[in-house]
Design a protein around this ligand. Sequence first.
Ligand SMILES: [Zn+2]
Ligand SMILES: [Zn+2]
Length: 386
Amino acid sequence: MPLLNNALEIQQEATQWRRHLHQIPELQYDVFETAKFISEKLKSLGCDDVVTGIGRTGVVAIIHGKNGAGPTIGLRADMDALPIVEATGLPYASKTAGKMHACGHDGHSSMLLGAAKHLSETRNFSGSVALIFQPAEEGGAGAKAMIDDGLMERFNISRVFGMHNLPGLALGAFAACDGPIMAAADKFEIAITGRGGHAALPHQTLDPILAGSQLVTALQSIVSRNTDPLASLVISVTQFHAGDAFNIIPQTAKIAGTVRTLQADMRDTAERRIKETAAGVALASGVEITVDYQRYYPVTKNHTRETELAMAIARDVAGVKNVDAKFPPMMGAEDFSYMLEARPGAFIFMGNGDSAGLHHPEYNFNDEAIGHGVSYWVKLVETALA
Ligand SMILES: [Zn+2]
Ligand SMILES: [Zn+2]
């Protein structure tokens, strides 16, 4: 029993919704037209309650099962697009220059709308389902904004599930893993203040470029000498700005970069060692160094029971050979991590086939995947709330 009997029918309708959303990409929290389209559609599909304005522009729809008594599970889609000039040449390409649905959030929203249609018509479950449409996944922590607005308590959500399409994973395939599946993403900015002066009189200066160069090199020894080789840590220096003239030792230098980790203790180690290393270089070279370490999205960490459930549903929908339950974690980040910190749940990938990569100007969500995604959502609800 793979896809839902009416999967193709829902896919055809949801494809129209998806292509409409694709034409009206909006960024961050400014997803006004997108949220309006989604909330009106949810009402017309017969959801019991549709609440807007959670986490500024987030939308939550509630559907009660045949037997209303029982827990509520949350299914999450994201709504925001990216500041990219679309280069797909599609007839339904973005109508707003410089904005584009290049991460497939138009597809995620449309699949959850498709699930809303089926679930509100059939109601073949106990308890309730909360359909969560969040703004600002792309760097704005919209999931956190909805949680801070009382998402979990207000709708009494006990478990949460998320899904993201993945280019390169076969159409109709699913993949996930227990534990960390996506990385924490942090940013560091380092300011070095020395004493500028004539390049021919270096002994009268405190050279921020030399100190900065030593620091960049020393930071690479954190991964190679301070952490377990089998644990995952990325420290990338991505910016180094200093100087304006060939014959002047500048007064200041600025360095910035990112840290990616899959475990909380590695994250703590990275932050601590970056600060200690900077302090050591400052002491050795006589310059002043300040480190501003900013923690962004936490690790997206799947919970064991919910991951097993999600994988069982995926096998039911896609067949055993099309499901990878030991998918290697990715070092990208995802703000569904905040929801998995608040409640047990699972985040899975769904195949987008052989398409351009996420955030690429030629990327497009694969409408053929909609039937698979909707079938997954519906069977997940009917099984988790049996
Ligand atoms: Zn993205
Ligand atoms: Zn995305």
